[in-house]
Design a binder for this molecule. Sequence first.
Ligand SMILES: C[S@@+](CC[C@H](N)C(=O)[O-])C[C@H]1O[C@@H](n2cnc3c(N)ncnc32)[C@H](O)[C@@H]1O
Length: 202
Amino acid sequence: MRTFIIKANEAHTRADFRLNDLPGTSGRIDLLCRVLNSAFLLSHGFRKNVRVWLLLYGPPNPPKAIRFEGPKLKVRLNPDERSTAKLIMKVLKAGEDLREPGKEIEVYPGLYVSNRTFEDVIRLTVKNSALYYLHEDGKPIGELSFPQNVAFVLGDHKGLSREDEAFLDNIAERVSVGRKSYLASHVVTYVNIFLDSLPNPP
Ligand SMILES: C[S@@+](CC[C@H](N)C(=O)[O-])C[C@H]1O[C@@H](n2cnc3c(N)ncnc32)[C@H](O)[C@@H]1O
């Protein structure tokens, strides 16, 4: 199983944004849609062995955690950002009245919303996956060997905060796909294609 965890510092936690202006009104949910596209979509296909956690920390009710569980997912993800953003809107609406931190609602088969924090999700993930923090200065991805369950953490357009990085320091190995700073969605694409090329891909 491949897990991607992205912390979106400004992504709105209520469906109050405009689909016609995602970058300007949603706190960069457009970026999250592209990450989903890179994580799941193949040409005429869908990666069932992928899980994505979107951790939304923007206004007005952070945090909201949205989990896309590839093996169970029934909703169709299309390549365009607009339809994916519409789906995120529906999930946020379903989770609007959630109060309990540990409760997760299954909005559609394989698609969940909760008030879990970044730390909650990391703690949950390390129970059964090797954790990596995608970072420009990490160890080159080609020098690592990966087990069957892998999880990659990445930041949004602003990257992770110092506090988030300090939290990850002893539990996630830093991995780099190159020395330049790439778009989050491009990094996810690269990681997927790199893992596909391994003799025993996770
Ligand atoms: C657009 S970048 C963020 C750039 C931001 N200026 C920063 O300082 O982090 C989004 C995320 O992609 C990942 N990333 C970008 N370039 C990378 C690279 N060369 N290797 C591994 N991960 C990378 C990191 O997790 C980063 O937080």
